[in-house]
Design a protein around this ligand. Sequence first.
Ligand code: AMP
Ligand code: TRP
Length: 313
Amino acid sequence: MDHIFSGVQPTGNLHIGNYLGAIRKFVDIQNRGNVAKAYYCVVDLHAITVWQDPKKLKKDILETTASFIAAGVDPKNNIIFNQSSVSAHAELAWILNCICRIGWLNRMTQFKEKAGKNKERASVGLYAYPILMASDILSYKSTLVPVGDDQKQHLELVRDVANKFNFDYGVNFFPEVKPLIIGDATRVMSLKNGNKKMSKSDESQYSRINLTDDKDDIRNKIKKAKTDSHNIMGLEALDDNGDFKAEVAIKRPEAANLINIFCELEKKSKKEILEIYAGKNFSNLKENLTDSLITNIVPIGNEMKRMIKDSLY
Ligand code: AMP
Ligand code: TRP
């Protein structure tokens, strides 16, 4: 039976990418029931790899915790906790720092993106970030990690670190870690630019649907979401696996993104959705996507807001 581990950074602006790519998967795993233990961690030590306002960080830790519970992760049957409250994460990270090779970290694309042009001025923590992630997972000998697609490379590094530790010491101490990256929303893109990932740090509120958005926010953001001048594609846009063909995803990233989000929310295949909307313009799809977001997301946001106000809880 798998041990599950996943983490979300408390950096505010939780959005539907975080929910559909990761948090909802935690709930699916819980409902499937065949796991030994599941740890869902609010990774505040990861958050401080870039500057955080201490007061806002405290608030964001509560918001992230609330998002797990509001989305349906049962705190009685899962372990929901704050990373910095367990010192083992930082301690094992040091040992793994001595296992991981600099060359491995140099290949990490997320560091390159986050550090930008001036990587000499990035924190050492930002550089070593994936090693702390390895420590998170391996501290509990977890085997299955539900995450969005952007974490794939980090999880490959986690496997490399675990293997090298086992090899160097001639032991079989750390288990094999497998990513769980499934569904149509493993990489939700910005509503303003289909080539950019939906992100907490995008300065445009119109780029993302936040979990705490109300109906009007959702309606406005979907109305303004970028599309293209063609009608919605037909079944010929799909490959044999039912995914968008590469050329379609490249040529029509915004259209593909809205359909992916809708499929994931409705738990329907692209074939089922395209059979309904093929050849139509985007207005009908946008209306139904808005309704689906309001039905699925607004209750989570309301529950988050309720919990955050109830400080005793
Ligand atoms: P973070 O906010 O970076 O800590 O991410 C928390 C979880 O959400 C991770 O599993 C990410 O892979 C996932 N995630 C973040 N952004 C997206 C996105 N745009 N689409 C899908 N999953 C995402
Ligand atoms: N790096 C992950 C992210 O930004 C968060 C994270 C930290 C994580 N530790 C983890 C995810 C361990 C899975 C397992 O999305």
